[in-house]
Ligand binder design. Structure first.
Ligand SMILES: [Zn+2]
Length: 270
């Protein structure tokens, strides 16, 4: 599943191909995404210019002046830049056309989204209640400390809650907790200020590293089939059950929290 780093790398990959370009058309081959692609979207978009390519959480926002095209990659979606006339494959559900350039959405499982919001995009119902961006100033040890005071849930589930901070997916939650030395089962409210600072810094560090790792593959972006695996940051704990901790050698433990697997070191994470 594309997580925040993959979406940010996608943003950086497509931005130079879209910025300042006029939209000459759009093709909807299958409107049956997570929410139906709005009827009449091609007509709405044609003639507009892409003024900015932004991201909020895992949503890509194409600022077209009078409104924003909102794109979400869902479970299996990807975007790529291709040339006009390139035949579409079965799962290529949406094209945004900018002269000879085409931004193409491929999504086998169709949990992704293509939506339009006139006016202020951050007031869209999918965006308005989102918590702070992990890599921006709204998120800090102090904000994490404040958000966790009344929460008895496990800290891992709390940092994956998009009201607390957006874009901390399952892989990056395990990795951040390891880096901060925090046991994922710790009730959130039991973390003191100092450990909240450490955890916030770890979240930023892990996501930044993943974006950088993904960015290094950007050169191949246009030619790629658009598919992303899990970004191969070298995981310290994620998917390493039973293998020795890279710090202390203790076998990594796997548990289930909120129906998702968590990986951690019982020695390094207290
Ligand atoms: Zn360890």
């Amino acid at each position: 599943m594309p997580e925040l780093p993959e979406v940010e790398v996608t943003r950086r990959g497509i931005e130079p191909h879209l910025l300042g370009r006029a939209i000459t058309g759009a093709t909807v081959r299958n409107a049956g995404m997570r929410w139906p692609i709005p009827r009449g979207l091609p007509k709405t978009l044609t003639g507009l210019t892409v003024r900015a390519v932004k991201r909020r959480a895992k949503y890509l926002l194409l600022d077209c002046g009078s409104g924003h095209l909102i794109l979400h990659l869902g479970m299996s979606g990807s975007l790529r830049i291709t040339a006009r006339g390139e035949p579409a494959a079965y799962h290529d559900h949406f094209d945004l056309e900018l002269g000879d350039t085409v931004l193409r959405l491929t999504d086998p499982r169709r949990f992704g989204a293509v939506l339009w919001k006139r006016g202020a995009v951050l007031e869209h119902k999918l965006l308005r209640d989102l918590g702070p961006e992990p890599l921006e100033t709204g998120f800090s040890g102090a904000s994490l400390f404040a958000e966790t005071r009344k929460r008895s849930a496990a800290i891992k589930n709390v940092i994956m809650d998009s009201h607390v901070v957006v874009g901390v997916g399952n892989i990056y939650a395990s990795e951040s907790l390891f880096l901060a030395g925090v046991n994922p089962k710790t009730p959130a409210q039991r973390l003191g200020r100092e450990r909240c600072e450490k955890l916030a810094a770890a979240i930023r560090s892990v996501l930044t590293k993943a974006i950088r790792a993904g960015g290094s593959s950007l050169r191949n972006y246009v030619q790629s089939d658009g598919s992303f695996g899990c970004f191969q940051i070298e995981c310290a704990v994620y998917d390493r059950a039973g293998k020795p901790c890279r710090m202390c050698g203790t076998p990594i433990r796997q548990i289930v929290q909120g129906q998702r697997s968590t990986y951690y070191c019982t020695h390094c994470q207290r």
